[in-house]
Write a protein that binds this ligand. Structure first.
Ligand SMILES: Cc1cc2nc3c(=O)[nH]c(=O)nc-3n(C[C@H](O)[C@H](O)[C@H](O)COP(=O)(O)OP(=O)(O)OC[C@H]3O[C@@H](n4cnc5c(N)ncnc54)[C@H](O)[C@@H]3O)c2cc1C
Length: 375
């Protein structure tokens, strides 16, 4: 039986493991964390990611644990609407709804789709060889999948000329309300001057929220929850109340692979997810692109065929699209959250207000409109 080692049990690595197993690969996932802990906040799975999860056979389990995002749009910090998205029209256009889900829940659903001994925790990979038969830490396989995240050791070892991820100029706080949210909630992203706030209802009734601001890097605060409450406390309802209903907050300086990786394949090793194309979260596409990678990799790599041929097809299919999405996400950040000059902000807002709803819908659907290959 053809063997694959997947390095990293994040959303990308687990999705790849599910896809490759469906194709008949014998898969082992090596994860450095001592155990899979319920970490992170929430995230949005867009139509492309949901279709990918359907191809992996876990879409309905994810829908059952998540919350359909029925509406959306853009507001200013005083609550005025710049544009509104009709969730039903979006679902009709894309064939499936976006889903808000807690990361830990998504991880659990993905893990449950794998036999219990597939993921080996406490296994930090330190060495990699690309071939002729790829190996990690002396263990050979027919295929090695580097799903080891933005700081990928495998990318650093096999692609030494690719520059390290760069700070994108923005820091972000993420929180989830402690209890299910009983108040009114109209889902939207809100733009201020050099700042953005968003909210996503989760399957268990709680609400995931994020606040992002332009900032020097590593400008940490002693009390991050107090800092984010102070920064967004005067924004429209229910933003202050959501933050007041939250006990703990995560804070990350946002980084991305500014220089695109020249190939996602080296010998029998494939880069996947953030290891290949870490992007800013402005289009909510990072994990969705990792899921697309996983489905395409599994579809192209036939366990009874020539792995190198499959990997070449994977690179050809995934690199242009994922790098285009990464570029567009960065541009969206510059046009949206990072815009600070009051005149430029007023001009941008006027342009958005004048844009017909149908054009807004088309631009939102642009990257979410993706059809997975058959597995
Ligand atoms: C603020 C913010 C909001 C976001 N919101 C969204 C969103 O709404 N929608 C969306 O699609 N995306 C979103 N993203 C992006 C998304 O989180 C990432 O793109 C996605 O989680 C990447 O998954 P991954 O599996 O590639 O990497 P990771 O999740 O980083 O997983 C990598 C795994 O590899 C393991 N590992 C690392 N090194 C080794 C090693 N040497 N040996 C063994 N294991 C190793 C790590 O422990 C980890 O478990 C957001 C990101 C941020 C920062």
């Amino acid at each position: 039986m053809a063997t694959a080692i997947v390095v990293g049990a994040g959303i990308g690595g687990l999705s790849a493991a599910i896809g490759l197993r469906r194709r008949g690969w014998e898969v082992t996932v090596l994860e450095r964390a001592p155990r899979i802990a319920p970490v992170g906040a929430g995230l949005t799975l867009l139509a492309n990611g949901m279709r990918g999860l359907d191809a992996l056979g876990v879409g309905d389990a994810v829908r059952a644990q998540g919350q359909v995002e029925a509406s959306g749009g853009l507001r200013t910090s005083d609550g005025r609407w710049l544009s509104r998205v009709d969730g039903d029209a979006m679902t009709r256009a894309l064939g499936t709804s976006a889903i808000g889900i807690h990361r830990a829940t998504l991880h659990r659903v993905l893990l449950e789709a794998l036999p219990p001994d597939t993921v080996v925790t406490g296994s930090e990979v330190r060495q990699v060889s690309a071939g002729p038969r790829p190996s990690v830490d002396g263990r050979t396989a027919d295929l090695v999948v580097a799903a080891d995240g933005i700081d990928s050791l495998i990318r650093r070892r096999l692609w030494p000329t690719v520059p390290s991820p760069a700070y994108a100029g923005t820091t972000a706080w993420r929180g989830v309300t402690t209890e299910p949210w009983r108040g009114p909630l109209v889902v939207a992203v809100t733009w201020g001057e050099g700042a953005e706030f968003g909210m996503v209802p989760l399957g268990d009734g709680r609400v995931y929220w994020f606040g992002a601001v332009t900032s020097p890097r590593e400008a940490w605060n002693e009390d991050e929850l107090a800092a984010v409450r102070a920064r967004f406390g005067h924004w429209h309802d229910p933003i202050p109340a959501l933050m007041a209903a939250t006990d703990t907050v995560l804070r990350d300086d946002l980084r991305h692979l500014r220089t695109p990786v020249p190939s996602y394949v080296h010998g029998g090793v494939a880069l996947l997810g953030d290891a290949a194309h870490a992007m800013t979260p402005n289009l909510g596409q990072g994990a969705n692109q990792a899921i697309e990678d996983a489905v395409v990799l599994a579809a192209r790599c036939d366990p009874d065929g020539d792995v190198r041929v499959g990997l070449a097809a994977y690179d050809a299919q995934r690199r242009p699209r994922s790098q285009e999405v990464a570029r567009a996400a960065y541009q969206m950040g510059r046009f949206g959250q990072q815009l600070r000059n009051p005149l430029a902000v007023a001009l941008r807002n006027a342009v958005i207000r004048m844009t017909p709803a149908s054009a807004g819908l088309r631009s939102m659907a642009r990257y979410a409109n993706w059809t997975p290959p058959q597995l």
